[in-house]
Design a protein around this ligand. Structure first.
Ligand SMILES: C[S@@+](CC[C@H](N)C(=O)[O-])C[C@H]1O[C@@H](n2cnc3c(N)ncnc32)[C@H](O)[C@@H]1O
Length: 218
């Protein structure tokens, strides 16, 4: 794993063996804000429970905790990460500085794994060192799911239909799943599971992303 500078000057991480970055090569913060704040949190109301697949650098968690404060809502954030980013690399990432919340970013990273941790009055985090395929999720638990795995072409096993069926069950009625991908197979799988799909424009000029909603059945 190594540092990579995106076109907007923000850093992200790069995995040479996969030729894959943790965020869009055109900009990390702009992508996270667009996909997971604008089309994730902002499509929900009130106090919410979020599940994230792929904690990675913690950028989505930082943005979500900032948004909880700005919108005066409470967010309980459950995030999965089987391969935590080493500290030497985390301190090189400049998100805390760029988002003017270095202490908050550090607190999110310093919080204990496998425990509910209070980060601010509006934000708690629970970091789980487990793979999405291995975890048991309760039914009707989450209001929003941030599906931020590596690209389907790079890690197809994470985009298996069974995974999305499990995630669908774990969503409350009217809950949403947001992801940057709009791959054909993903659309077909989500639709057949029962998600109602929307494909707004993606981040940084990308044609489409995906928002799947669990609409109540009669
Ligand atoms: C695109 S990056 C996530 C970016 C992250 N949300 C951020 O803001 O930095 C994908 C993440 O998924 C994690 N991952 C890999 N296999 C996984 C699995 N089986 N279950 C959950 N997460 C996984 C990777 O270690 C990586 O941190």
């Amino acid at each position: 794993m190594e540092l990579h500078v995106t076109k907007s000057g923000e850093k992200t991480l790069y995995i040479p063996s996969m030729d894959e970055t943790y965020h869009s090569r055109n900009g990390a913060i702009s992508e996270s804000k667009h996909v997971f704040i604008q089309h994730g949190i902002n499509r929900t109301k009130g106090d919410i429970h979020i599940l994230e697949i792929g904690f990675g650098t913690g950028l989505n968690a930082l943005l979500a905790s900032q948004e909880a404060k700005v919108q005066n809502r409470k967010i309980a954030y459950h995030t999965l990460e089987p391969f935590p980013v080493p500290n030497e690399l985390l301190i090189e990432l400049n998100y805390g500085q760029l988002l003017k919340d270095e202490k908050l970013y550090k607190k999110i990273h310093d919080s204990k794994w496998e425990s509910n941790e209070l980060i601010t009055n509006n934000f708690t985090i629970h970091k789980t060192k487990q793979k999405i395929m291995d975890i048991n999720l309760h039914e009707s638990q989450y209001d929003a799911i941030f599906f931020d795995a590596f690209a389907p072409k790079k890690q197809p096993e994470l985009w298996a239909k069974e995974t999305f069926a499990k995630l669908f069950k774990s969503l409350k009625n009217n809950g949403i799943l947001a992801t940057y991908s709009a791959a054909g197979q993903l659309k077909r799988d989500l639709r057949s599971i029962g998600f109602q799909l929307e494909h707004p424009p993606g981040a940084n000029g990308k044609r489409e992303m995906t928002v799947g909603k669990k609409t109540p059945t009669l």
